[in-house]
Design a protein. Structure first.
Length: 438
């Protein structure tokens, strides 16, 4: 499809679509679009093509894609003032953090800032602190990269290093995320940036969210805090961050709101991107450091043989795996096995610890992250199997060499990289009820 746009207007394109600006001067978030560049817009995303001079486009629209022509530039004036503000600062390196609710244009604002700074030859890094709608690293990670040329979509970049939190929402892992971001920021500073732009997630409502973001800011010590707000939704942040240079920027009227289903679909494209060229790797459990997901009780076996025997006796069976942790005991049994509820109660009475039972096979699909011996992120993977007899872990991952640590997350994926419900601690009691039925 061909389309022409007059100077000073914007073509909003909602993906899935691809667009080539065949003539005229066109910018997307401040990045000049070349006439040979075919720009792909993912499903659930919108890109604004601003005609600085009248322009012609070649457009392909996918299912449910949409285009709309609007007057003027959809980039708020306060966004371009924000770039001036950064340039006016003499400090190098300078760190700016961006706060805002979901779909407030945080990613787009970061993209715009970065593009404008790159046009002035600054060395710019983006540190992406959004686990659920990550632009740089895979979903469930925080990540960074340096950007060398203007981009229309940060998703096209590859992470330089990342930190895996294992979940899509920060609420239960705030300390982990704050520490992960602080470590990555330190690493960025070791590589001589002029500007570090930090993006954050859209969790801003409620006391916990405020506490978390204030802590994040205090830990990352930015020179500038940009708050994207429509009304007063960030008022509490502005009050709590008085010691920082805060700048309120506008919520773009053209920003598109997405349903949680759309957000999930966007996230799933992130898994696909980072699992391209994946193969199944068999990793010996004894060689690995295994972190996360305590339910599996991996990396820990029962040291006290006598006590273990007693537990087996009370259980009336020998499980595939038994791990005694500080406050609980994890038991792994075969897929077709079951344990009598009364036996579990007896073990709980004997050990004074809560028992969690896990069936072999339930681990399939758990998202994992792989690191080398220096804690450098090698990629994500999908756990296929833990073979407790051969003591190997099978992971579908593009990472192949130098894997020394595996972190197991709490997100589960099916074979098409779609998120599926995972077992949770709370489900254990469901399992108990269920097993009683046999
Ligand atoms: N100035 C703008 N002009 C046109 N479209 C915009 C503008 N700003 C944002 N959008 C579009 O609106 C949608 C939401 O914006 P964006 O992804 O930047 O928000 P976000 O706050 O990062 O969202 P999330 O909470 O999902 O991370 C995107 O599809 C984006 O391309
Ligand atoms: Mg975003």
């Amino acid at each position: 499809m061909k389309r022409t746009i007059e100077k000073g207007k914007t073509l909003l394109v909602d993906g899935p679509a691809s667009v080539t600006a065949t003539s005229g001067k066109v910018t997307v978030f401040g990045s000049i679009v070349g006439s040979t560049n075919k720009i792909v817009i993912r499903e659930g995303k919108r890109l604004p093509f601003f005609a600085e001079q009248s322009a012609a486009f070649d457009i392909s629209l996918g299912e449910n894609a949409n285009i709309e022509e609007v007057e003027d530039d959809t980039i708020p004036i306060s966004w371009s003032k924000a770039t001036e503000e950064i340039r006016g600062f003499q400090t190098t390196p300078l760190t700016a953090i961006v706060l805002g609710t979901v779909d407030s244009g945080k990613t787009s604002f970061c993209t715009y800032l970065i593009n404008k700074l790159l046009n002035k030859k600054s060395r710019v890094a983006i540190l992406d602190g959004d686990l659920g709608q990550s632009d740089i690293g895979p979903p469930c990670t925080v990540a960074y990269t340096f950007i060398v040329r203007p981009v229309t979509d940060l998703f096209n970049l590859k992470a330089e290093n990342a930190f895996f939190a294992g979940v899509t929402s920060p609420s239960k892992v705030t300390t982990k995320v704050v520490e992960g971001l602080a470590t990555l920021k330190k690493e960025i500073l070791g590589n001589n940036p002029d500007v570090v732009v930090i993006n954050t997630d859209g969790w801003v409502e409620g006391e916990d969210a405020v506490k978390y973001k204030v802590r994040l800011v205090e830990e990352l010590k930015p020179e500038l805090v940009f708050c994207i707000q429509r009304k007063e939704e960030l008022a509490l942040f502005l009050n709590n961050l008085e010691r920082y240079r805060r700048i309120v920027v506008d919520f773009p009227t053209a920003a598109r709101q997405r349903s949680s289903e759309k957000r999930k679909n966007i996230r799933e494209l992130g898994y696909v991107k980072y699992l391209r060229d994946a193969k199944i790797q068999s990793l010996p459990l004894d060689w690995l450091k295994i972190e996360g997901n305590e339910v599996l009780g991996l990396g820990k076996t029962h040291q006290n043989i006598k006590r273990a025997r007693k537990i087996y006796e009370l259980l009336g069976m020998r499980p595939l795996h038994l791990a005694e942790l500080r406050d609980k005991i994890c038991i792994v049994i075969g897929a077709r096995h079951w344990i009598d509820w009364e036996c579990i109660k007896k073990v709980e009475e004997y050990t004074k610890k809560k028992i969690t039972v896990f069936r072999k096979g339930e681990e399939k699909g758990l998202l994992t992250a792989l690191y080398d011996g220096h804690k450098k992120f090698l990629g994500i993977g999908v756990l296929q199997e833990i073979d407790y007899v051969r003591k190997v872990m099978k992971i579908f991952t593009p990472a192949s060499r130098e894997i020394s640590t595996v972190t197991i997350g709490e997100v589960k994926l099916d074979k098409n990289m779609k998120e599926i419900p995972t077992f949770a601690e709370d489900n254990r009691s469901e399992f108990m009820k269920f097993s009683k039925l046999f």
